[in-house]
Design a protein around this ligand. Structure first.
Ligand SMILES: *[C@@H]1O[C@H](CO)[C@@H](O)[C@H](O)[C@H]1NC(C)=O
Length: 110
């Protein structure tokens, strides 16, 4: 299992940035992020899985249900598998009501 996970992570790093990722999108309350910046819930920001956190400051475009939102990577989400993202409420609301809590999205580096 561990070997498979490492292979998936290696593949993800290899195919970035041209291929879209997919995973769950949840939202969180941003603060001091792993990238060293302080953000608030009204900033369009995102935390990505720890294996993708070398991408501080990059913008991603998130697609859901025919809609797109952009967010800047400012933090890491240690509990996220590769492809899953944690966004600020202002980003989540552009795509779906906060009530949904968790939805499946695709995204790519802008
Ligand atoms: C990401 O979104 C921005 C703003 O809508 C757009 O200008 C840009 O072309 C998009 N990038 C990709 C790779 O789709």
């Amino acid at each position: 299992m561990y070997t498979v996970a490492k292979a998936v992570i290696a593949l993800g790093a290899f195919i970035a940035p041209s291929v879209a990722f997919s995973g769950d999108m949840t939202y969180y309350a941003p603060g001091l992020g792993a990238c060293g910046n302080v953000n608030t819930e009204s900033d369009a920001v995102v935390a990505v899985s720890s294996s993708q956190d070398g991408n501080c400051g990059r913008t991603i475009n998130i697609s859901y249900n025919g809609k797109t939102a952009s967010a800047t990577i400012v933090d890491e989400c240690p509990g996220c598998p590769v492809g899953s993202i944690d966004v600020s409420p202002v980003v989540f609301e552009q795509l779906e009501s906060l009530d949904a809590g968790r939805v499946q999205v695709t995204w790519e580096y802008a």
